[in-house]
Structures are given as C-alpha cells and as structure tokens.
Design a protein around this ligand. Structure first.
Ligand code: BT5
Length: 264
C-alpha cells in the first residue's frame, strides 16, 4: 500500500531505523510553519532529534522571508538539532540536509536530484524542494520541504512556473512513510559524518552540484554580479570568477544563467 499522505506518528515510527532522529516525532494536520512548531519545542527543551511533520502549512517559509507553498501531498518536516559543532560550522547543516534529502530521493524515487547553491533540491532544472535552517542559542531548526505527491497545479502559478514535483515527474505517487524513513536515516548519517569529516559531506554535495561550472548571477548584500561558479569550499562558501577576479560568497542568492556573454 502506498501512503500518499502523511499518516499518524505511530505508523511513521514503526520501521524507523534511526537512533535519535525522529524520537520523538509529532504529526500535525495543518500548521503555520513546522519550523515555528519545532522552535517552540526546542525552547521547551525538546531533545535533539525531535521531528515535526505537517500535512499542510499555511505559513510555510523560505529563506530571506520568502513564502514556501506547502499544499497537502508534500513532505514538510522540521528537525530540532543541538549541534556540538563550533558556531562557525552551523551553516554546514543546510548542506547536510540537502545531501541527505538528495540521497533519500535517489533511493525512494530513483530520480537524479541536483543541488543548487546553497540548499535547493533540483530536478531537471526545476525546484523540487528546499532547506531552511534557523538557529537559536543552543539549537538549530532544520526545515526541509519536498514537493512529493503534490499536483503541479496545487502550487501557485508563479511557483509552478519554476518548480516541479515528484508526482509530476514520475506520473505516480511515492510512499511518504518510506520517504520520511529514508530522509531521517540519511540525515542521521550525514549529521554524524559532518562532525568527523565535513570534507566528505561537501564532496558529496559537489558531486551533485547544479551550480559548479555554470554561469551565475549572484544577488547578495554586496550588490549583484555575474560570473562563473568555480568551486564551493568545505565551509560551504561559493567562489565565483568575475572579470575583476574571484569573489567569495557566503550568503545570498544565485540564479543560473545560460545566455550571458562569457566573462573570461
Ligand atoms: C527554500 O527557500 O527553498 C527553503 C524552503 C524550506 C521549506 C521547509 S518546509 C518545512 C519547513 N517549514 C517551513 O516553514 N519551511 C521549511 P528559498 O530558497 O528562499 O526559496 C523560496 C522560493 O522558492 C520562493 O520565493 C518561490 O519562488 C519558490 N517556492 C515556493 N514554494 C515552493 C515549492 N513548494 N516548490 C518549489 N519552489 C517553491
């Protein structure tokens, strides 16, 4: 039986093969944002590994205050982490979550997910999902959104123009319990790995990058510029070659450009 929507917590916990992630796990029918629910739980001392899943979000958030469309059929999940990593390495959690989601999707849906800097999940050039990490003093809420069994016309028109969903791509639903299990298993694997060997995690990210080697436009705090995305280092920073030299980008937005004149 294919579970096309998220069932109750008990059903998800059955067969979950993780040590800490997903214990405990809360399922909601509809919330504003699972990141907000997880944050409230974290403030109330919820343990590392606490997971919040909702069937629908009415106030789903992206980065930089953007809106995340979250109709029923998607996987909208937030995780409470209490990383032992130095604070300077917390930005790596976004990379941990995106490689874990890509690995889970490759196993469950057998699709070749690519990763767009910093944390977008892409399928055939369209956005399939995203990651939002929000930090408090002692915790980091890692939110992951995947357009799984979402009909493309359930997304707002302007989102549908740039997005895709597994349902759309595969022409069939995926089992959301299997996807949740695999996602939590991969999250645990990469979260453990990043503490020992962040290079290995970033190598994994680089191998699936949709950004490296491409012409990009960077929209950031230091103004906009065009260039070629050359590399991403082990701290997650992006290096872009421009006419004026190589620029290092820590935060911001990157759009992939196909038709810009060569910069070099
Ligand atoms: C992201 O932001 O990609 C992070 C998305 C994180 C969502 C999860 S769901 C669980 C948890 N709870 C939350 O409230 N959030 C997290 P960003 O890179 O800023 O991308 C946002 C942009 O993606 C929007 O401005 C739209 O253009 C586009 N977008 C919105 N909804 C989308 C969707 N369902 N699928 C694909 N693209 C979408």
């Amino acid at each position: 039986m294919i579970r096309q929507s998220i069932p109750d917590a008990e059903t998800i916990l059955r067969g979950l093969q993780t040590r800490t992630l997903g214990r405990p796990l809360y399922v909601y029918d509809c919330v504003g944002s699972t990141n907000d629910v997880a944050k409230t739980l974290a403030e109330q001392d919820a343990p590392e590994g606490t997971v919040v899943v909702a069937r629908e979000q009415t106030g789903g958030r992206g980065r930089l205050g953007r809106t995340w469309a979250s109709p029923p059929g998607g996987l909208w999940l937030s995780l409470v982490l209490r990383p032992q990593l130095p604070a300077t390495e917390w930005p790596l959690l976004g990379f941990v979550a995106s490689v874990a989601a890509a690995a889970a999707l490759e196993v469950v849906a057998r699709v070749p997910v690519q990763l767009k800097w910093p944390n977008d999940l892409m399928l055939e050039g369209r956005k399939l999902g995203g990651v939002l990490v929000e930090t408090g003093g002692t915790y980091a809420i890692t939110g992951i959104g995947i357009n799984a069994n979402v009909p493309i016309d359930a997304l707002p028109r302007e989102v549908g123009a740039i997005a895709t969903t597994l349902a759309e791509c595969l022409g069939r639903p995926v089992d959301l319990v299997t996807l949740t299990h695999e996602l939590l298993r991969e999250l645990e694997r990469f979260y453990t790995l990043v503490a020992q060997d962040r290079h290995a995690v970033m190598e994994w990210w680089r191998a699936r990058s949709a950004t490296l080697g491409r012409r990009v436009r960077v929209v950031g705090m230091g103004g906009d510029f065009d260039g070629v995305a050359e590399s991403v280092d082990d701290s997650g920073a992006l290096f872009v070659r421009t006419r004026a030299g190589v620029r290092r980008v820590f935060a911001g937005e990157v759009s992939l450009r196909e038709h810009l004149p060569p910069v070099c």
